[in-house]
Design a protein around this ligand. Sequence first.
Ligand SMILES: *Cc1c(COP(=O)(O)O)cnc(C)c1O
Length: 307
Amino acid sequence: MLKPSEVQAQNQPVELPILQEKQVSLAIKREDLIHPLISGNKFRKLKYNLIEAQNGGFDTILTYGGAFSNHIAATAYAGQESGFKTIGVIRGLDLPDKWHENPTLKLAHEHGMQFHFISREEYRKKENPLEVELLKALFGPFYRIPEGGSNVLAVRGCEEILMENDAYFDVICTSVGTGGTIAGISNAADSKQLVLGFPALKGDFLKEDIRKFAYKENWELRTTYHFGGYAKVTQQLIDFINEFKHETEIPLDPIYTGKLIFGILDMIKKDRFQPNTKILAVHTGGLQGIKGMNMKLKKKNLPLIQI
Ligand SMILES: *Cc1c(COP(=O)(O)O)cnc(C)c1O
């Protein structure tokens, strides 16, 4: 199995006229390059969970996600690599007949994941102990990883994203979904560094979730860059992702990292950073989701994300 602690992602400096004009620097930590499928933070989040499952003698991993979930894709792949059976509890009762049209689920299935589809309503109740017992009755014993992979062990894995020489940066930026990644980065960052989170979804619940795992006060959220909510995109965002790729050759995903980098550059334009600020943005991966998003965009006759 790949060992995240032994994986060091490179920080790639970004060169754009706006950065020069505003006299700030931006580098992107290319966690997306760790692996094509278990890239970025999902890779970090699984590491200690898989070890724990092995130590506990489990042969099956069960976890949750929607149809485009990077976590589902990563769990299927990493689970198979480590010799586990994997079960994905998937939100959406419309999916059983057409999951093979969905690139993420197709990929997960190719890597051995068995699916259990439930309604959106059931999905909301999934943390209920009774629901978990029902799953055990169906599938036998399993090691359970929550949605998005966020738990104490996942946060510990995310504490390995930053390296010693990242102390050089003043501000560290990351996308936020369930909050595990920013918690790990915050814990590993210096108290004098500012960790900025850019939620990819709407809602006020995030701060509480992050506080469950983050023990420093060095983090803040910038909540206006969700583009309408989780997995929602606009033409402006798609155009931005394509333009950024064209100018820097760095691919961004539409659900998380596109919104993150858009937000950072918008803040730079609006002079929200002092001159000479050194900014590091963590590329948390998610590129496997582009295919699925492009299928949605095509149906709506919107421009596609260039791969
Ligand atoms: C899951 C994910 C996130 C969000 O991570 P959390 O720990 O849930 O906040 C960010 N970026 C990408 C690419 C992801 O797949």
